[in-house]
Design a protein around this ligand. Structure first.
Ligand SMILES: Nc1ncnc2c1ncn2[C@@H]1O[C@H](COP(=O)(O)OP(=O)(O)OP(=O)(O)O)[C@@H](O)[C@H]1O
Ligand SMILES: [Mg+2]
Length: 469
């Protein structure tokens, strides 16, 4: 039996292993990494606890607090990849109070369930893949072989049951047929028939159209037009001519669908959401209003009040049935520039017992961020420029100078954290990115002096740097 990719890998990852993985992308912020790693592992631990106690153990929801551009969202994104559990990241500021136009908070859980369903479906698809391929290959053979053994005019309309339709065939004749069929099988396997045209019945869904035009409201209720009418509407079947290579894909998809038990998929998906789902509520500070006051604050508090039961544990109706939210882990994050965590309504504060502050990034952090992570900016640009046959290198001094510039612009203009590195890099490399490949350059070396020369004027002039960097 194949291992479920999500389930095993990450759930057995120890906190240390999780931090190790996060370290590949996020520099510093050790405390935050540690806390999310513990929270993630605790989900698994809870599952190992037996009996009633398991239901009593509540997730330790976390708030990540820190200035903009220091890695809060990045941690969430990377965690999502590791989690192996249903994971969704949403911006708290996108939601509106129930009764107002916009998305209500329960839709988070519905989306999470959708995600889990496709996740489980994908895993099951992998599991039945071999079987589906085999079945598809068999059907392909049915399509090709009879066509071959008859005259042209007679082509195409051959069903699977062709053999049983011809009882008059002698034993010898049947054997000959079988032999020929085997010959075709070999040809097919060798890939010699890929370009041959076959005609197949495809059941094509008119559903996607429906989904696009369905009113949002209905979706919000957790209903789905597709499910309501999908069963009632006769599936349209259409005959289509296509190459064997294309037909194979269609057939595999059809056979896969036949092999997957959707009821099981849904059951498993709902279980995963309830037991190990994670919701990352980004920008939570944006719904923390300062005290009583204007209309906006009132509606923000409304959103907070709506979030409360979902965090606390409630049952949400989704199109896949009821989903209990008691054990879903919530990680909230926000810059809390204007507002403070204490501006959240008290009940909500209580539901996020763990607070982690992220550090402001230093020049040394910038140097590391530029070079170390697997997706580091320097690596990205090097790869980009290499596609033009140009090798670009940055001296140590150059990188230090970029980091210094980032720090000083962050101090003088606005502190946007590591995002500053992106604006600086794009300004710095603008000329090179524009002039390759025309100039026939094959290698470029960027030194500290180059960086200074390119950026000095802009950095000096605060107003200018506000616009450019
Ligand atoms: N500690 C870090 N290590 C590596 N890269 C980082 C770090 N902090 C930020 N970055 C980079 O900076 C960019 C912005 O970071 P991120 O989106 O995490 O900011 P944020 O903390 O969520 O800010 P905001 O409060 O504005 O949402 C990301 O693309 C990320 O690659
Ligand atoms: Mg963010």
């Amino acid at each position: 039996m194949q291992k479920r990719p999500g389930e095993d890998k990450s759930f057995c990852m120890t906190p240390r292993e999780i931090v190790f993985e996060l370290d590949k992308y996020i520099i510093g912020q050790d405390k935050a990494k540690k806390m999310v790693a513990i929270a993630l592992r605790n989900r698994w631990r809870r599952q190992q606890v037996g009996g009633d106690l398991r239901d009593e153990i509540m997730p330790n929801n976390i708030i990540l607090i820190g200035p903009t551009g220091v890695g809060k969202t990045e941690i969430a994104r990377r965690l999502a990849k590791l989690a192996g559990a249903p994971f969704i990241k949403v911006e708290a500021s996108k939601f509106t109070e129930v009764g107002y136009v916009g998305r209500d908070v329960e839709s988070i859980i519905r989306d999470l369930t959708d995600l889990a369903v496709s996740m489980v479906k994908h895993e099951m698809t992998l599991e039945v893949q071999d079987k589906a391929k085999e079945a598809a290959e068999e059907r392909l053979l049915d399509l090709i072989f009879p066509a071959e053994s008859h005259t042209k005019e007679q082509t195409l309309d051959f069903s699977k049951d062709m053999f049983s339709d011809k009882p008059e065939l002698s034993a010898e004749g049947e054997e000959r047929l079988n032999r020929t069929r085997e010959k075709f099988r070999i040809k097919l396997e060798k890939g010699e028939l890929e370009d041959r045209i076959v005609e197949i019945d495809t059941t094509f869904d008119s559903h996607p159209m429906l989904q696009i035009f369905s009113p949002v409201g209905i979706e919000e209720m957790g209903l789905n037009i597709q499910d309501l009418f999908g069963g009632m509407m006769p599936k349209k079947r259409k005959r289509k001519k296509m190459k064997v290579s294309e037909a194979r894909q269609v057939l595999i998809a059809e056979e896969t669908q036949k092999l997957i038990d959707m009821e099981k998929v849904i059951e498993e998906a709902v279980k995963r959401v309830e037991q190990s789902g994670i919701v990352f509520l980004d920008e939570i500070d944006k719904i923390a209003g300062e005290g009583e006051g204007s209309g906006i604050d009132v509606s923000r508090q409304g959103v907070q009040r709506d979030i409360l039961p979902v965090v606390e544990g409630t049952t949400v109706v989704t199109k896949y049935g009821m989903v209990k939210t008691d054990h879903i882990l919530f990680i909230a994050s926000g810059a809390f520039h204007v507002s403070k965590p204490s501006d959240l309504i008290p009940e909500l504060q209580g539901r996020f017992p763990i607070r982690v502050e992220l550090d402001t990034l230093t020049t040394d952090d910038f140097i590391r961020i530029l070079t170390e992570p697997e997706n580091a900016l320097i690596k990205q640009y090097t790869a980009l420029i290499e596609t033009e046959g140009v090798k670009i290198t940055f001296t140590k001094g150059a990188i230090k100078e970029i980091a210094n510039t980032a720090t000083s612009v962050n101090e003088r203009a606005e502190n946007i954290g590591a995002r500053r590195l992106q604006t600086i890099m794009s300004t710095l490399l603008e000329e090179i990115l524009f002039s390759i490949p025309d100039k026939g350059i094959t290698s470029v070396k960027i030194t500290a002096d180059d960086v200074k020369k390119c950026l000095a004027d802009i950095v000096e002039d605060v107003d200018l740097s506000k616009y450019i960097l």
